[in-house]
Design a protein. Structure first.
Length: 182
């Protein structure tokens, strides 16, 4: 069974708005390493559209710094599943996931491979509610944003986690990976 891993950047005050995050070569290299541990990515509509707009090839000349290119190539080439009831179609190496989210994701997890990687906020909340995420990684940014959105708002039950690893970055960001205690 493939593990379902979740990773998200978050500020010290809990904001997960991508527009306020720090970005540098170290953080992008770490993101590439995460993506390389997965056979496919799982996004909701909002994250899929945001990532496609930012990372789909070809980029405008000069749109990206050199250290962004490995991440851009990796995410562009990755197989993607998009959980959405509002999109009629997707492309960018993607297919729609429809119907019962829990059953669909359980089926994806049952397939052989290295793992699945989920991004976003609302989809991660839904998958947490269903008890389907095996590992959580929070890349905590040394910044206070003073606004939302925040992670797991409205979660109906506590989820216990065990710290599995920690990685400090030169920028002051810290990646903490947790395994779900079942």
């Amino acid at each position: 069974m493939r593990p379902l891993r979740y990773s998200v950047n978050v500020t010290l005050d809990g904001c997960c708005d991508h527009r306020v995050m720090l970005a540098d070569g170290d953080l992008h290299r770490h993101a590439v390493e995460n993506l390389e541990q997965a056979d496919a990515l799982l996004f909701g509509r909002v994250t899929y559209e945001m990532m496609e707009a930012a990372w789909r090839a070809p980029a405008r000349t000069g749109a990206r710094l050199d250290w962004m290119e490995p991440f851009a190539r990796t995410i562009d080439a990755a197989k993607k599943y998009v959980a959405s009831s509002t999109l009629d179609r997707v492309d960018w190496n993607a297919e729609l996931v429809r119907g019962d989210l829990g059953k669909a994701v359980q089926q994806l997890k049952r397939e052989s491979g290295k793992g699945l990687f989920v991004g976003g906020v609302k989809l991660a909340l839904a998958l947490t509610e269903l008890g389907l995420i095996d590992e959580y990684e929070f890349v905590v940014q040394p910044r206070l944003a003073g606004h939302g959105p925040t992670l797991f708002a409205g979660l109906s039950k506590r989820v216990d986690l065990k710290l599995a690893s920690r990685l400090d970055f030169g920028s002051g960001a810290v990646a903490m990976r947790y395994e779900t205690i079942r």
